[in-house]
Design a protein around this ligand. Structure first.
Ligand code: AMP
Length: 441
């Protein structure tokens, strides 16, 4: 289906899509919309930036246009679960835009906001609820919402919800939904746990996949620079000046790290804001909008706060810390080179982070480290923290949703030393060379 008109959408929906300026459906929309219109369950592998929100919202809006019915007090017709407040808000903004010619109620139910207005909105009944799992569970427990008449549930960014420890909450929420329903799951990656999740909740799903329309990996100039931990702040400040960075997201592994980097940048005269799970919703919204509209050129973020967010014109992504999972690297650098633009991703790695860099090289099949650099000390991986072990499936304990929400991006232990690798000079390397032992694509 290469045109929106071929989907047979209701007139008011089609005109909203035109008002959005969308000319043709994106690949993920072409693949997802027809089976979703048929009422099929669906599992989609797609990242933010592919147009996946419209892919799951438009079919349900079409149903609402053709089969209008009041949702009923405390009920919702469609439930979208998202891992972060920012993503939930972004989905709701899109849903309202696509439903602009229809009389629909869309409500965002997320933590960090006063519960009372959410309870009031839910009491009337809403067509679409976009929620983070924790707060929705609170409302469910308090009897403020009922999911027993919900027709469609979407689990968006399922892999991140899993990473954040939301799985138990999702299981509990799903047990409150009717058996006869449509279930849709989108995930940027498809690890074993996500496949299991799909088998548990989806019935005979159609599977679709689409790469990001902006093909970030190919368009991004990737560089890795060896910088000992204690020199990273100074290096960052110099780099921001030398590179004439216009709009940059600096990723740190921890919330404390983000605050610390932000303070150091401010002390060095840069305008920067930090965004992470410990910030209030007001602070998060303020920081994001200042970054979006260009008042604040530098955003310092943890993975949890920044994934899934679509911001135009990010010229640089700087990994102040190497992420603990290689998938997170792909998500981080995907914040630049969006909408067909070029972008630069620079990663600072301490010698103790070399093993993590090698994991990334294996995943993306691109060499980032200078030839001959091996894990330090003497080729050994840096000691893995409890969190890293849990991620690689070595830990018997999974973080509970509460603990994960509290500690999801807590300070990670640092490696044993911070020498420069093998005494080599500043190790910068751009994309292009395949690492030895890399996976073939
Ligand atoms: P998403 O992956 O849902 O976050 O969408 C990323 C961006 O793509 C958003 O800014 C959407 O407004 C935009 N978008 C979605 N569908 C289309 C389309 N068919 N044509 C052009 N832009 C689109």
């Amino acid at each position: 289906m290469s045109e929106f008109s071929n989907f047979g959408f209701a007139e008011q929906l089609l005109s909203a899509v035109v008002s959005e300026g969308y000319e043709n459906p994106t690949p993920i929309q072409q693949k997802s919309i027809p089976p979703l219109l048929e009422g099929r369950d669906l599992i989609g592998i797609a990242q933010t930036g592919t147009g996946k929100t419209a892919a799951f919202i438009l079919p349900m809006l079409d149903k609402m246009a053709k089969q209008p019915r009041p949702p009923g007090a405390k009920r919702c017709r469609m439930l979208v679960l998202a891992p972060t407040r920012e993503l939930a808000s972004q989905i709701a903004v899109n849903a309202r835009a696509y439903g602009r010619n229809m009389r629909l109620r869309t409500t965002v139910v997320v933590g960090g906001m006063k519960p009372r207005p959410q309870i009031k909105a839910l009491a009337q009944g809403v067509d679409i609820v976009v929620a983070t799992p924790g707060r929705l569970e609170d409302h469910l427990a308090a009897g403020a919402v009922s999911l027993d008449h919900t027709e469609v549930v979407v689990l968006d960014e399922a892999d991140q919800m899993f990473d954040l420890g939301f799985l138990p909450a999702i299981r509990r929420l799903m047990s409150n939904l009717p058996k006869k329903r449509q279930t849709v799951m989108f995930s940027a990656t498809m690890p074993r746990q996500i496949i299991e999740l799909a088998q548990e909740f989806l019935q005979n799903p159609v599977q679709v996949a689409a790469g990001p329309t902006s093909k970030p990996i190919e368009k991004i100039e990737q560089r890795a620079i060896a910088v000992p931990f204690h020199e990273k702040s100074e290096k960052l400040a110099n780099l921001l000046i030398d590179e004439k960075v216009e709009r940059s997201i600096v990723f740190t592994r921890t919330k404390h790290g983000a605050d610390r980097v932000c303070r150091k940048l401010e002390a060095a005269g840069f305008a920067a804001a930090a965004i992470h799970g410990d910030k209030t919703q007001v602070q998060r919204v303020r920081a994001l909008s200042a970054f979006r509209d260009g008042r604040m050129p530098i955003l310092v973020a943890t993975d949890i706060a920044a994934r899934g967010i679509h911001i135009e014109n990010v010229s640089h992504v700087i990994n102040f810390d190497v992420p603990v999972t290689p998938e997170a690297y792909v998500h981080r650098i995907g914040r630049t080179a969006r909408a067909g633009k070029e972008g630069i991703a620079i990663t600072f790695y301490d010698p103790a982070e070399v093993a993590l860099m090698q994991d990334i090289e294996r995943l993306i099949s691109v060499s980032l480290l200078p030839e001959g650099v091996r894990g330090v000390p003497s080729g050994k991986s840096p000691k893995r923290t409890k969190f890293q072990k849990a991620k690689s499936g070595q830990s018997p304990r999974r973080p509970s949703s509460h603990r994960a929400r509290q500690k999801g991006d807590k300070e990670q232990a640092r490696g044993p030393n911070s020498r420069s690798p093998n005494g080599r000079p500043a190790n910068e390397r751009s994309r292009g060379r395949r690492p030895k032992n890399s996976r073939s694509k």
